[in-house]
Design a protein around this ligand. Structure first.
Ligand code: 13P
Ligand code: SF4
Length: 319
């Protein structure tokens, strides 16, 4: 529509005027991903978003995604202004892991190395020894296990269970889940596989264990797009937020992509596998943030210093 075009032009002008760069997650609107790409920003998984923001020389980072992504950007680049289209965009994993309850849990298990998923508040990260994203979680835990460390993991029980299974590590799990990925059902994927027996199954490891069990490849959003390119199959069943289909389809124009069903009867639910908080990012509030400097992320100094350590461990980790 014409008003979207006008908004896109305005955002392009504002990005330049403010020496700003747009860092977007794969689950945001197609128009936002497109804009990030056209303006020299990035569209990426959460680890790559963090790396990109930290390395970029822009004065302002505009982070289109959810709150923890903006906070991570600010912790890594305190000298930059970090704006988000809306500060309301949170994550069920973050909500399900309040810092005070988490600290009490850690206090009960002082002998364990505390590893938290990036999908957490700055205050939870500040209590951790390590932060990981899904793209390097297995490698980091393998490394810690080889050093004989026992792990306290939070907040995603499905991702934690998956890592435990992959590595055999001794992991105590917090009871959290992603409301989007938790909706995928193994039965529905099996029914779809029966229709397309030669299709490969790609799964984000925030999905429940029976769903990950059906995966030909489990991995972060970027890893799933990479796998779509590398796998020989030309039909792919994809169990993650449907925002990913924009870049994935561009990466494999000749392949057929199927949304993994979110109900056991094999029916796909168009509105289920889409994160309600990612969906809060739109061209309008993105333009508004740049126009008014609204949606700015601030992280308390002491908290920032404490959260920086486990985040830097992640960024410096080489498998
Ligand atoms: P990725 O690191 O795979 O992009 O995952 C972030 C996320 O929130 C998935 O739900
Ligand atoms: Fe959080 Fe799930 Fe949304 Fe990712 S998809 S931001 S894990 S609620």
């Amino acid at each position: 529509p014409a008003e979207d075009e006008a908004r896109v032009d305005e955002i392009k002008r504002l990005l330049e005027a403010h020496n700003a760069v747009l860092v977007a997650h794969y689950y945001t609107d197609d128009a936002i991903q497109q804009l990030a790409e056209e303006t020299g920003g990035c569209v990426a998984d959460s680890l790559e978003m963090a790396r990109f923001g930290a390395r970029h020389e822009a004065e302002t980072l505009v982070v289109a995604g959810v709150r923890f992504m903006g906070e991570t950007a600010k912790i890594l680049s305190p000298e930059k202004r970090v704006l988000m289209p809306t500060l309301e965009a949170t994550c069920s994993l973050d909500i399900g892991c309040p810092a005070d309850e988490f600290a009490a849990f850690c206090d009960q298990h002082p002998e364990r190395t505390v590893v938290v998923y990036a999908n957490t508040s700055a205050a939870v990260k500040a209590r951790a020894d390590w932060v990981v994203t899904s793209s390097i979680a297995v490698d980091v835990i393998e490394h810690l296990q080889a050093r004989g460390e026992k792990i306290l993991w939070a907040p995603d029980k499905h991702l934690g269970g998956y890592i435990q299974k992959q590595t055999g590590a001794d992991m105590l799990l917090w009871d959290g889940a992603c409301i989007v990925h938790e909706e995928f059902k193994a039965k529905g994927i099996q029914d779809l596989k029966a229709l397309y027996p030669d299709a490969a199954v790609l799964v984000h490891p925030e999905s429940p264990e029976p769903v990950v069990g059906l995966a030909d490849v489990a991995g972060s959003t970027s890893q799933l797009i990479q796998a779509a390119k590398e796998l020989p199959q030309d039909k792919l069943i994809v169990a993650t937020d449907r925002g990913i289909f924009f870049k994935m389809q561009q990466a494999v124009p000749g392949k057929t992509l199927f949304e993994a069903p979110t109900a056991g009867n094999g029916a796909t639910c168009k509105s289920c596998a889409h994160c309600p908080w990612m969906a809060m990012n739109a061209l309008d509030n993105l333009a508004g943030a740049l126009r008014h400097g609204s949606g700015e992320i601030f992280v308390d100094d002491a908290l920032r210093a404490a959260a920086l350590k486990p985040l830097e461990r992640m960024l410096n980790f080489k498998a």
